[in-house]
Design a protein around this ligand. Structure first.
Ligand code: UDP
Length: 330
């Protein structure tokens, strides 16, 4: 029997590139697709010489064609940080909605199994804590995050509809805050923001009073959970994340300690609709996938810091990093 083929959308992004690596190491033929709006080819350049890897420069919001056999589709194309939603709101909506529809159509035509990257943002600024998959969420459709949150909610609805009405094999992962090598330094998210500031000798910008919480999962743990979900027979959403919750202020202090920076914490206004508390309940993943995170934040942060230290001066001082001011203003 020949190799199984998997299409990974968002292949040049943070999670997409790690997924490509995983499927290659498991002996799959991997088709990577990306329009490179937020992705970076540097993340997958080590795969280009492999005969089992092909790259397609394509926007999945437009009709997607792939010739030959296709067994699995992993839909990971999407801007994924609040700064990006403000810069490219329509693309964010389109990739989650039109892109998902195109890929579901492709999956149906090829009789492929499709896994979509959903998000803890479907819970919005949650009123229930920690968040179980049964919680319906508290989402502002017209706030700054609405373009992402609602696209992802639509994406789940569309995927379930294809599952129910067409009998398509589908999987839905709800991803909580994840970090690791290949995150974009300037995407505005808290970990690259803090590490970038420390490396440039700038103060660390905590938004609000820093009492809001997040729970950070190391990328290898996340990829393992997603891989197990794909090969499970469970079609309903599954939270994958690390329940180890921390306030953003404490997180900034950890980064100061890790990097040894002499800079201090400065406070900026809290952006609109910034969730106050976020922590996954992962009972479902534990039960169905026998999965739980293994990498401690201390270990994961160290690996991630080592990665960011390999960036060039030019990358470190690229202009884009100042966009958080623009972001707060909205
Ligand atoms: N945050 C911060 N300083 C920064 C960037 C982000 O204090 O320079 C905060 C942000 O307001 C939020 C948390 O860190 O409360 C996580 O932000 P991120 O954008 O990483 O992800 P999300 O809010 O989508 O979980």
């Amino acid at each position: 029997m020949g190799k199984k083929t998997v299409l990974v959308t968002g292949a040049a992004g943070f999670l997409g590139s790690h997924l490509c690596d995983r499927f290659i190491s498991e002996g799959f033929k991997v088709l990577g697709m990306d329009n490179l709006i937020t992705g970076n080819l540097k993340n997958i350049e080590h795969l280009f010489h492999l005969k089992d890897f092909e790259f397609y420069h394509h926007d999945v919001s437009k009709f997607v064609h792939v010739s030959g056999q296709l067994d699995y589709i992993m839909h990971f194309a999407s801007p994924a940080s609040p700064i990006d939603y403000l810069k490219i709101p329509i693309q964010t909506l389109k990739v989650g909605s039109l892109g998902t529809h195109n890929l579901l159509g492709l999956a149906k035509a090829k009789n492929a199994r499709m896994l979509i990257a959903s998000t803890s943002e479907v819970y919005g600024d949650p009123l229930v804590h920690p968040q179980t998959e049964d919680y319906y969420g508290n989402v502002n459709p017209i706030g700054p995050r609405g373009v992402y949150d609602e696209a992802k909610r639509f994406q789940e609805a569309m995927t379930m509809a294809y599952h129910t009405y067409h009998g398509l094999e589908t999987r839905i992962v709800r991803i909580f805050n994840t970090y690791g090598p290949r995150m974009r330094l300037n995407d505005g998210r808290v970990l690259p923001a803090f590490i970038g500031q420390a490396l440039r000798g700038e103060d660390l910008t905590v938004f609000g009073d820093g009492s809001q919480t997040r729970s950070f999962c190391y990328v290898d743990d996340l990829i393992e959970g997603i891989y197990r979900l794909l090969f499970s027979d469970y079609a309903y959403p599954v939270n994958i994340g690390n329940p180890d919750e921390i306030t953003i202020k404490e997180f900034a202090e950890e980064i100061i300690k890790l990097t040894g920076t002499r800079q201090k914490i400065i406070y900026k206004p809290l952006p609109k609709d910034d969730p106050m508390q976020r922590q996954p309940n992962i009972d479902r993943a534990r039960e169905i996938l026998h999965w739980e995170p293994k990498v401690s934040r201390a270990d994961g942060l160290k690996i991630t810091y080592d990665y960011f230290k390999t960036l060039t001066e030019e990358e470190l001082f690229a202009k884009e990093h100042n966009t958080f001011d623009e972001y707060i203003k909205k």
